[in-house]
Design a protein around this ligand. Structure first.
Ligand SMILES: Cc1ncc(COP(=O)(O)O)c(C=O)c1O
Length: 386
């Protein structure tokens, strides 16, 4: 089964769909049953039976089937946001007294959530590489959480080596695969236990959706679906599931276009005298490039570069000079975006994540690379003259 077929057709030939080219949206909060016994049976298996929208919905199910197949997972569960998926997944795996290892830089609110868990007696330690895991692991470490490429710095971790180490120590591994999408990287095939995604980025692709997913084996997804999914209530709506299904239809071609444009823009910046360094794992100069080629089949278009300045105001001035890139959070949509951690993240937090003041993050959209290069070149030139 290839990814294009999964994205475009998987699960869409059911008789009840009547041959519709887009599956109907089930817009109902509940399902009814012919008798009380059948209702009781359905409630006991609510992760697989349709009872109430907060637990299951056929349109959401279709999105889940496609995402599970793309990640080569037994099952997937969609949430109302990426953070909904991440917080429910971590909660399902830890209990009071447990410890979590966080490898490399991860999305800020994920760290915030781990700090929040401290009030329930769950602690965590950030480590920079696999060697540091050896000294940071504790008797009660239960989980290893990471992203590859890592947040903002786009470092590459050796996924098979990480999962071998974690399995050897009896830890569950959870990886955020939002950056690559399952089109370019399949962590479960490299030993990761559970993969989480924000679907609000490339998977949705049109900046009109917030959603998340966790994918993995039934033995881990079923308890999560029956407990955290139901109790936290961060259920995906069928309308958002329909947008996910639409987004997946074009995901392989959009990712190819993002890759091409992102690499062209990154190569331009790498050759520019006003740029100190470019953090894009698709560039041969990136320290993780060879490793990336072993475990990824392509590169998305979110990356960062360093302006030759330590001044927050100069970074802000550069952003203001851009005409085509829009200034905003999030990424992975059709539109090119720029953001800079110096404008939003405290200096102390940036320092612990190794993020310099001059770091600028670009999400390269689907516009022609020449347009974007011209925009960046003009802004760098005007900044140099100011
Ligand atoms: C890497 C990564 N993971 C997870 C999330 C959270 O996703 P959401 O905003 O859909 O909750 C984000 C959001 O920016 C992200 O960048």
């Amino acid at each position: 089964m290839d990814d294009e077929w999964i994205c475009g057709r998987l699960g869409e030939d059911e008789p009840w769909m009547l041959g519709a080219v887009n599956p109907p949206i089930f817009e109902n909060s509940l399902f009814t049953f012919p008798n009380a016994a059948e209702l009781g049976e359905a409630i006991r298996n609510e992760d697989e039976r349709y009872v109430y929208w907060r637990g299951t919905n056929p349109t959401v199910d279709l999105a889940q089937r496609k995402l599970a197949a793309l990640e080569r997972a037994e099952r997937a569960k969609c949430f109302a946001s990426g953070m909904g998926a991440i917080s429910a997944t971590i909660s399902s795996l830890v209990s009071a007294g447990d410890h979590v290892l966080v490898l490399g830089a991860v999305y800020g609110p994920t760290t915030q959530f781990l700090r929040y868990l401290e009030k329930f007696g769950v602690t965590h330690t950030h480590v920079v590489d696999l060697d540091a895991c050896d000294s940071a692991i504790k008797d009660h470490t239960r989980l290893l959480y990471f992203e590859s490429p890592s947040y903002m710095r786009y470092e590459i971790f050796d996924i098979p080596a990480v999962t071998r180490w974690a399995a050897g120590h009896g830890l569950v591994t959870v990886m955020d695969n939002t950056w690559s999408t399952p089109i370019f990287q399949k962590p479960l095939t490299m030993g990761v236990d559970l993969v989480v995604h924000s679907l609000s980025k490339y998977a949705g692709g049109h900046s009109d959706l917030v959603g998340g997913v966790v994918a993995g084996p039934s033995r881990l997804i079923r308890p999560l679906a029956l407990t955290e999914y139901q109790l936290y209530g961060a259920a995906m709506s069928p309308h958002d599931a329909a947008k996910v299904i639409r987004g997946l239809r074009t995901l392989p071609v959009r990712m190819a276009a993002h890759q091409e444009r992102g690499l062209a823009v990154a190569a331009f910046l790498e050759g520019h005298p006003a740029v100190r360094r470019v953090n894009h794992p698709g560039l041969p100069s990136h320290p993780g490039h060879r490793l990336a080629l072993r475990q990824m089949s392509g590169f998305s278009s979110l990356f960062s570069f360093e302006l030759a300045t330590e001044e927050r105001d100069e970074v802000a001035a550069f952003l203001d000079e851009l005409r085509h890139f829009r200034v905003g959070v999030s990424w992975g949509g059709f539109e090119s975006l720029v953001n800079a951690p110096a404008l939003s993240t405290e200096e102390s937090v940036r320092a612990t994540m190794g993020i310099p003041a001059g770091l600028v993050r670009l999400s390269v959209g689907l516009e022609p690379a020449e347009t974007l290069i011209k925009d960046l070149g003009g802004a760098l030139e005007r900044m140099a003259k100011a």
